[in-house]
Design a protein around this ligand. Structure first.
Ligand SMILES: [Zn+2]
Ligand SMILES: [Zn+2]
Length: 351
C-alpha cells in the first residue's frame, strides 16, 4: 500500500504536524491526484484557529463537523495518479488544477451551478481533506482542469485567490468602463486582482494597502497609483483625482477597510467584499438610497468561472504574482509568516 504524507491539523489553535496514512484507492468516479503544489491561503489561518472574528468579542465557530486530524489546503495543482472505474477522462499522468469548491450536487445552489455556495458542501481543505499533503482524493474528474502551459505554482492559487478576485471583478459589470477600479488590500487575492484587472479593464486599477512594501510591489505590477488607507490624506487625494469611484474591491473585509471603501463611492457605485478579516461595520441606512450604492459579498467562484479564468490567464498571458515555493514540511512556518503579515504575493508548498 502506498503511503501519503500530510501536514495535519490535529487540534485547533495548535501547530500542524506530519501524519502518514495509507494512500486512498479511488473508487467509482473518484480520482487520486498526486499533489505538486498547494498554495497557502489566509482562510487556512481561520480554519486552524477554528473560528472567524465577527467583531467585538464575537466569533464564528467553524470547528464543527470536521474530523481531526484534518488536512487544510485548497489551492492544489498535481498529476492524476489513479482513477476509479467510472472516472471518465481521468487519464493517469495528466497535469491538473483541482477545483476545490465541490458541492453536494443536489441543492438549489449546486443545481444552479454555484457549488461554491452549497451549504452542505465538500469543499476540499475546508470540509474534506485537502492539499497540504502528497495526495488528495477528488470525487469526480469534472473538478480537474487542464492548466498547461501555466506553471503549477500559479495554477494552484488560481483556484482560490485568483478565482476569488476574478469572480469579484466580474460583479462590477459595466462600471469599470466609466472610471478606474480601486483594489483595497494587496495580499495574495489583491495581487491576483491587480493582475486580472489589468487584463479585463481598459484603465489600470488604483490600489490601497497599509504596507509600503505591498504598495511598491503593486506599482511594479502595473497599478496606476497606490495609496495608504491609514493616511488621513488618502481619501481626499483619491476623491480629487477621481471625483469618487464606481467600483471598489475590498479584499480585506474589516470595519476599517469597509469604512474606507464606502467613503470613496460615487453615486451608483459598488463595493464587492471578499475579505474575511473581521469587525463590525455600520453605515447610515439612508446612504444606500442617497448614493444608490451597492455592497455585495462574494465567496470564491463557480466551476464555470474557474474554467473562464484559466482561459483568460492563458489568452491574455496574465503574469504570475510574486510566489515563494516552500517544502510541504514548512507548512506551519508558512502559516506563521502569513499571520505575521510577512508574505508578499503567494506562498506555495511543494509536496
Ligand atoms: Zn483560499
Ligand atoms: Zn449543494
Amino acid at each position: 500500500m502506498n503511503k501519503m504524507r500530510r501536514q495535519s491539523l490535529v487540534a485547533y489553535g495548535q501547530p500542524l504536524c506530519e501524519t502518514v496514512v495509507d494512500s486512498p484507492s479511488p473508487r467509482g468516479s473518484q480520482v487520486l491526484v498526486r499533489i505538486e503544489r498547494c498554495g497557502v491561503c489566509h482562510s487556512d489561518l481561520h480554519l486552524q484557529d477554528g473560528y472567524f472574528l465577527l467583531g467585538g468579542d464575537k466569533k464564528l465557530d467553524v470547528s464543527a463537523g470536521r474530523a481531526l486530524p484534518f488536512t487544510l489546503g485548497h489551492e492544489i495543482a498535481g498529476v492524476i495518479e489513479a482513477a476509479g472505474e467510472d472516472a471518465c477522462g481521468a487519464i493517469v499522468g495528466r497535469r491538473v488544477a483541482v477545483y476545490p469548491w465541490i458541492g453536494c450536487g443536489t441543492c438549489a445552489a449546486c443545481l444552479g451551478g454555484e457549488e461554491n455556495l452549497c451549504s452542505n458542501h465538500q469543499h476540499l481543505g475546508i470540509a474534506v481533506d485537502g492539499g497540504f499533503a502528497t495526495h488528495v482524493l477528488v470525487p469526480h474528474p469534472r473538478y480537474l482542469l487542464d492548466y498547461e502551459p501555466l506553471p503549477a505554482d500559479f495554477a494552484g492559487p488560481l483556484m482560490c485567490s485568483g478565482l476569488t478576485a476574478y469572480a469579484a471583478l466580474k460583479r462590477f459589470t459595466g462600471r469599470p468602463e466609466r472610471g478606474p477600479v480601486l483594489l483595497v488590500g494587496l495580499g495574495g487575492v489583491g495581487m491576483m486582482g491587480l493582475a486580472i484587472a489589468r487584463a479585463l479593464f481598459r484603465a489600470p486599477p488604483i490600489v490601497a494597502d497599509i504596507d509600503a512594501e505591498k504598495r511598491k510591489a503593486a506599482i511594479a505590477a502595473g497599478a496606476a497609483e497606490a495609496y495608504d488607507p491609514s493616511d488621513p490624506r488618502a481619501r481626499k487625494a483619491i476623491m480629487s483625482a477621481t471625483g469618487g469611484l464606481l467600483a471598489i474591491c475590498d479584499f480585506v473585509g474589516s470595519d476599517k477597510s469597509l469604512q474606507f471603501a464606502t467613503g470613496l463611492l460615487a453615486r451608483g457605485g459598488k463595493v464587492v467584499v471578499t475579505g474575511l478579516l473581521g469587525g463590525n461595520f455600520s453605515i447610515p441606512a439612508a446612504m444606500f438610497g442617497i448614493k444608490a450604492m451597492t455592497i455585495e459579498g462574494t465567496l470564491t467562484g463557480t466551476l464555470a468561472e474557474a474554467r473562464e479564468l484559466l482561459d483568460l490567464v492563458r489568452v491574455k498571458k496574465i503574469p504570475p504574482i510574486p510566489t515563494r515555493n516552500r517544502p510541504l514540511a514548512e507548512a506551519q512556518a508558512a502559516l506563521d509568516d502569513l499571520r505575521a503579515g510577512h508574505v508578499l504575493g503567494r506562498t506555495v508548498l511543494s509536496a
